[in-house]
Design a protein around this ligand. Structure first.
Ligand code: GTP
Ligand code: MG
Length: 407
């Protein structure tokens, strides 16, 4: 049957339209992906292209506020320094510091007192491997309305353990020096890392304390914080709080991960169900995991650390630290308290109990945690470092957020 002419024309026209649409689609440019710019103030953009993979901008450029409710506030005299029934919980600010670092310590105290502690008046607890001078005690106690206490670390907590082989240690220091592992030649640095990892909480002065906030000399705090940070940890069932995560020198922790795996093989029961193993094993920088045999070197930067001491007093951590201590890596390598605490938290702790304090503006040279909120001054929102550009590549926050989120 012949097709009528009108139908043939309509068919032809439809075919032409179809062809036109096809060619147009094929030739069109791909739509450019729009980066979120809302909330990014001009002049606050990071001055570098070396951002962590998967980020188009630093999350600290986004406006943010306080940690979620409930928040405990100052109300009348409830946090007064001499209130015997205050709302303070069982917690302390904690510093290991040398007498020579007095001025740097005062700088850290002034910042933390100004931004937070003059409202809440938590006590300061100072530790030193030699007795504190009267000058140190007088000036630091004058820098706060809160109580201060000063403690000398017992020799047996600080000294290099008897099982460390002196010759092997000397040879290791030489080997690490050749690999440019910072501070590896200083005995005191190795001792400090070991003490901060697994000894500090054994001191009499901390026997009955529940939470601590570690404060180093020469750090800065930039943002007003108007809630009881320790109370918040307790109310929200958090055991570990941090501001920054970084990569470490893989040569400083060559056998930390293999030793950890040995320990885990003997104690599989200590691995938390909801752990953050991915944070510890995802290769962030090429070559790192090869040197460390599996550890990403990502760690919480523990010069800022707010934690529940039960974490370290737990059976899991006590045995883990003993295992590491006997293995000798605090001396034969330069295991830091930061990777040691981080590996333990990442494996033994439920990751929902770990909190990023995005609202606590902080700097320890050369890195910053600097939020975009109206309570901060003196730091540029979203700036990660004021040092050389390559330092941006040491940022490991994206890996933590990927595995555990931003809470
Ligand atoms: N009392 C005492 N404190 C120490 C000793 N070594 C380090 N510390 C303290 O331990 C903390 C960490 O030491 P730092 O030298 O700052 O180590 P770091 O942060 O890795 O190194 P920097 O990047 O140079 O700050 C600081 O609070 C120091 O004051 C020591 O031998 N005795
Ligand atoms: Mg330091």
């Amino acid at each position: 049957m012949a097709i009528p002419k009108a139908m043939r024309l309509l068919g032809g026209a439809t075919f032409l339209v179809f062809l036109f649409v096809l060619v147009t689609l094929y030739r069109s440019e791909p739509t450019a992906i729009k980066l979120p710019t809302e909330g990014i103030k001009e002049g606050t953009k990071p001055k570098t292209g070396l951002r962590p993979q998967g980020w188009d901008h630093d999350p600290q450029l986004d406006p943010s506020g306080e940690a979620p409710e409930p928040l405990r506030r100052v109300n009348g005299k409830n946090y007064d320094p001499d209130n015997a029934n205050s709302d303070r919980i069982n917690a302390t600010l904690l510093s290991l510091v040398r007498n020579e670092e007095l001025n740097d310590m005062l700088q850290s105290m002034h910042d933390l007192e100004r931004t937070w502690n003059h409202k809440f008046n938590y006590p300061w607890t100072f530790f030193n491997d030699v007795p504190f001078t009267d000058d140190f005690k007088q000036k630091t106690s004058a820098a706060t309305k809160a109580k201060t206490s000063y403690h000398t670390i017992p020799k047996e907590h600080w000294e290099i353990p008897s099982w460390i082989n002196k010759d092997l240690y000397a040879a290791s220091k030489q080997r690490l020096k050749e690999k440019n592992v910072q501070y590896s030649e200083m005995d005191s640095y190795h001792q400090m890392c070991r003490w901060n990892s697994g000894v500090f909480y054994q001191h009499e002065a901390l026997k009955d304390v529940q939470y601590y906030w570690r404060v180093e000399p020469k750090v800065h705090f930039f943002c007003g914080v108007d809630y009881d940070v320790f109370g918040w940890m307790q109310d929200h069932n958090k055991t570990y709080g941090f501001t920054l995560t970084l990569l470490d020198s893989p040569d400083s922790v060559e056998t930390l991960w293999p030793e950890t795996l040995k320990f885990l093989a003997d104690h599989p029961e200590y691995e938390a169900k909801n752990n953050a193993k991915g944070f510890l094993t995802e290769e962030k920088e090429k070559g790192h995991n090869q040197i460390t045999k599996g550890y990403s070197t990502c760690h919480f930067w523990s010069n800022f650390e707010i934690a529940n001491l039960d974490l370290w007093r737990s059976k899991a951590y006590t045995q883990y630290f003993e295992h590491l201590d006997k293995a000798g890596g605090f001396f034969y390598e330069r295991w830091g308290d930061a990777p040691v605490h981080s590996v333990a938290v990442g494996l033994f702790e439920d990751k929902s109990k770990v909190h990023w304090f995005r609202d606590i503006g902080y700097q320890h040279i050369p890195f910053f945690n600097c939020p975009n909120n109206g309570k901060c001054s003196g730091c540029e929102a979203g700036r990660f470092t004021d040092g050389d550009d390559w330092l941006n590549s040491q940022d490991c926050r994206a890996v933590w957020f990927k595995y555990a989120g931003m809470d």
